[in-house]
Every structure is written in structure tokens, then in C-alpha cells.
Ligand binder design. Structure first.
Ligand code: HPA
Length: 273
């Protein structure tokens, strides 16, 4: 067995040593977006550093726990805090938890993130359902030797976000009185935010939102043929002709304000899966 498969097996075996029902849904919670945890009946909250081969979260706003529990009757595994390329990890490390969650048995994956809104229709605090993405990060999680056990060498990406799961999110959000807008997310390396010229460029190539995460996990989910959906919270408005300085503290504060709405949405959808 190759090293990655051995590491996935070690992490999975460790997690299976906790007694819990096979999780049906995986959730990855983005920057400032941890409130979903309050909707989970928690069976186990396991610090990442205890899980074999899990990278350790270095970002203060990310708690770094893997949560096993239930939302209503749905068994879930939730990542409270994710890993980013700018922290210095490899793409393979960033996406390791997705492979482990799949090995644990999840059938669907939901992701959230904080993102800059470049589409002028998007306002701070809006929730945007990702429709597609552009990968501008400098490495790819599938680069290197590919064991057939990882999934196909050249995964199809014609529809990276599951339309059925997306429709469920949209219907639920609409029923809750906050229909989702849709958008295309471009992933960048970070950690600096963009210059005006960069926002102009990213808008020009077709992106509505910009952020530093999500795409690696979605690429791996697609390789694993794991249906996924992602929702961004617009934390800053990125108009290159009227750009205001923004700090990470403001980004986290805006994400925090939208977190209740996003978490209720995710919890309602997960409960029905
Ligand atoms: N750029 C990149 N990442 C981000 C932004 C942004 O403007 N806002 C939140 N995450």
C-alpha cells in the first residue's frame, strides 16, 4: 500500500475506535464560520493533533477539532477549521481530511468559506452558492503518482458542485426567507488580499468571488466521486474602483454575523439528508 493510503487507513482506524454511527455527511467550516457546531449533538470532539497524520491548524480563528455527532438523525463529521495552502501545507495535506471523511463513509460534503465579493450585485453578509470555480492556486492536490485507489487520474470537472445538493440548499434558503445568489469562486494562494489590479483581473476572467480555500477540497471530492456543495459568505466588497482597506478582523466579524444564517441553512439541509 502506498504511503498516502496507509496514512488514510491509520487516521480512519483511529477515528473508528471512537464509537459512533457511520457519518453520512461531511462538513468543512470556513474562517469565522464555526456556529454549525451548536446544531450538532456532539458525540466526540477530537483535536486535530490527536488524529494520525492530520495537519495541525495554525490559524487562530480556526479551532482545529473534528466533530463526530448528529444533526437530528443524520450522523455527521464536521471539520471545525480547515487547512490552507498559505499556512505552508502541501495540497495533499490540505485535502487529507476529505479523503479520511470519505473513508469513514460520508456520502456528501458541504463546505463553507469567507470570500471577497467582486460581483457588484454581492453585498457584505450575502450567502452565495458556488456554481463553479477557477483554480488559480499554484499547486494541485492530485499532482504526483496516482494510485487507482485515490480515484481517476484525470477526474472530470464539468460539474464540480452537485446540482441536487445545490438545489436542496437553494430551496431551503428560499424557504427560510434568504434565497442564495449563485457565483463562480476563484481560489488564490494568499495570504495577502488582492490589489485593485488583481481584483480587476479576477473579475475579468469570470469570477464573482475570491478566496484562499475550498477548491483543493472540491477537486479531491470530485476525484472521490463525492457529491459536494459550497457556500461562501461575502465578507468584503472588492470593487477595484472604490476599494477600502480591509483587515482579517473585519472579515472574521462579517463572517461571524452571517454565521447564524449559514449554520441554520446547513443544519436544516443536513437534517434532511
Ligand atoms: N480576497 C481573498 N480572500 C478573501 C477575501 C478577499 O478579498 N475576502 C475573504 N477572503
Amino acid at each position: 500500500m502506498d504511503l498516502l493510503l496507509q496514512q488514510i487507513a491509520a487516521a480512519t482506524t483511529y477515528l473508528q475506535s471512537f464509537s459512533f454511527e457511520t457519518p453520512r455527511v461531511g462538513v468543512v467550516l470556513g474562517t469565522g464560520l464555526g456556529e454549525l457546531v451548536n446544531h450538532i449533538k456532539i458525540a466526540h470532539s477530537i483535536p486535530y493533533q490527536q488524529i494520525p497524520h492530520f495537519p495541525e491548524s495554525t490559524v487562530e480563528s480556526h479551532k482545529g477539532h473534528l466533530i463526530l455527532g448528529h444533526i437530528n438523525d443524520t450522523p455527521v463529521v464536521a471539520m471545525q477549521g480547515r487547512f490552507h495552502y498559505y499556512e505552508g501545507y502541501t495540497m495533499q495535506q490540505i485535502t487529507f481530511p476529505v479523503r479520511v471523511m470519505k473513508a469513514l463513509g460520508i456520502q456528501q460534503l458541504l463546505l463553507s468559506n469567507a470570500a471577497g465579493g467582486m460581483n457588484p450585485d454581492f453585498k457584505k453578509g450575502d450567502l452565495i452558492l458556488l456554481d463553479d470555480h477557477i483554480n488559480m492556486q499554484p499547486e494541485n492536490p492530485l499532482r504526483g503518482l496516482n494510485s487507482p485507489a485515490y480515484g481517476p487520474r484525470f477526474p472530470d470537472m464539468s460539474c464540480p458542485y452537485d446540482t441536487v445538493l445545490g438545489e436542496k440548499l437553494q430551496q431551503t434558503a428560499t424557504a427560510m426567507g434568504h434565497p442564495l445568489k449563485k457565483g463562480i469562486y476563484v481560489s488564490v494562494m494568499g495570504p495577502n488580499l488582492e490589489t485593485r489590479a488583481e481584483y480587476r483581473f479576477l473579475r475579468m476572467i469570470g469570477a464573482d468571488l475570491v478566496g484562499m480555500s475550498t477548491v483543493p477540497e472540491v477537486i479531491v471530492a470530485n476525484q472521490l466521486q463525492l457529491p459536494c456543495a459550497a457556500v461562501s459568505v461575502v465578507t468584503d466588497e472588492c470593487d477595484p474602483d472604490n476599494l477600502h482597506p480591509v483587515s482579517i478582523e473585519e472579515i472574521i466579524a462579517v463572517a461571524g454575523k452571517a454565521d447564524k444564517r449559514l449554520s441554520s441553512l446547513f443544519a436544516t439541509v443536513v437534517a434532511a439528508l
